[in-house]
Design a protein around this ligand. Sequence first.
Ligand code: RTP
Ligand code: MG
Length: 169
Amino acid sequence: MAVERTCILVKPDGVCKGLTGTVLERFEKAGLRLSGLKMARLSRAGAERLYAQHKGKPFYDPLIHFMVSAPIVAAVWEGPGSIQKARALMGSTNSPEAPAGTLRRQHGIDNRHNLIHGSDSAASAEREIAFFFKPDELFAYASADWQSAELKGNEHGKSKKTSHSVPSR
Ligand code: RTP
Ligand code: MG
């Protein structure tokens, strides 16, 4: 399975209900790696751009209204098959019909107030990630990175004190 990135939004209902941590924890426990994270308040123009493919549908205006009603939290998750993995964790659009155990079934209300957005394809993921994140707001790292500086210090019998660098932005 190809390593890919997906863009997840905790929608205004999730943020307002204090479910941001619950959502993030589910993705971490599924083995996906966090590459970027931010809170934002969508403008009307921004929400319209994000959901442009739904313009003209009966649910478009209420959807835009909902998406600008409170802040959202945007996250980029990386891993093999992350787009489909994320969709499986989310569940289908209409919350009461989503499979048991999915985030939408557990915490969504209906087919609009459904807690979470997830990219539906690699092209959507690329577009959505670029919408929310600048290149230097996305991070690549390995599971053992946090250990390497200390191990090097010990190996050479030097001070265990590690130097901390602030990433340039
Ligand atoms: P999303 O894009 O937010 O991840 O959701 P999705 O793929 O499961 O569903 P999609 O068809 O892309 O619809 C986008 C969002 O529009 C709202 N919606 N309301 N019949 C309705 O009232 C209706 N259908 C869709 C939902 O908030 C849905 O997540
Ligand atoms: Mg969609």
